[in-house]
Design a protein. Structure first.
Length: 176
């Protein structure tokens, strides 16, 4: 379902020649989700009705400067009771936009917010590895404790501390 919504949004953005603007607006919305538990609650909670979500989003999007296609898309997702999947829709849109620009999209999960220098270094390493520009989306997940999880296409490198500890635990069980 997120792929269908993202494809429809991407086609609309292409027709309007506004893919970059829609990408920027969706990135702003994703940043608001990452920075606010109240936003996450609004998006994920089934307690809020579609009309309540749309009304709240209308005010939030206007204040954030998110307008036109992206704002209409987010509100449509709320009207259709699909707002819970908005992160997946944004991720799918990013992948479509990256493909259109000739980039490969990658995801990085870290325990803490990465600095601009760290992100740049990861992008450079991935570009050297895959041979083309990389569109990087970043997620913070404190439960991985440390390290990184990097996904490029169907490949994933899990170098998180949580996974290393789990592997050590399994290895220790085999010893005794």
């Amino acid at each position: 379902m997120p792929g269908r919504y993202a494809t429809a949004l991407f086609e609309l953005a292409q027709e309007a020649k506004a893919v970059d603007q829609v990408s920027a607006d969706l990135d702003s919305f994703a940043a608001m989700l990452d920075g606010s538990e109240d936003m996450v609650r609004l998006v994920r909670s089934p307690v809020f009705g579609a009309a309540d979500q749309v009304a709240a989003l209308d005010a939030i999007l206007a204040k954030a400067g998110i307008k036109s296609i992206a704002a209409n898309f987010i509100k449509l997702a709320a009207e259709n009771r699909r707002l819970f999947a908005i992160r997946d829709m944004i991720s799918a849109f990013r992948k479509l936009a990256a493909q259109a620009r000739g980039q490969i999209s990658a995801e990085v999960v870290s325990a803490e917010k990465l600095s601009a220098a760290q992100i740049r270094k990861i992008k450079d390493e991935l570009k050297a590895s895959v041979g083309s520009d990389v569109e990087l989306s970043e997620t913070v997940d404190p439960s991985i404790l440390g390290g990184l999880i990097v996904k490029v296409g169907s490949r994933m490198v899990d170098n998180s501390l949580r996974t290393k500890l789990q592997n050590l635990k399994v290895a220790m069980k085999g010893v005794s």
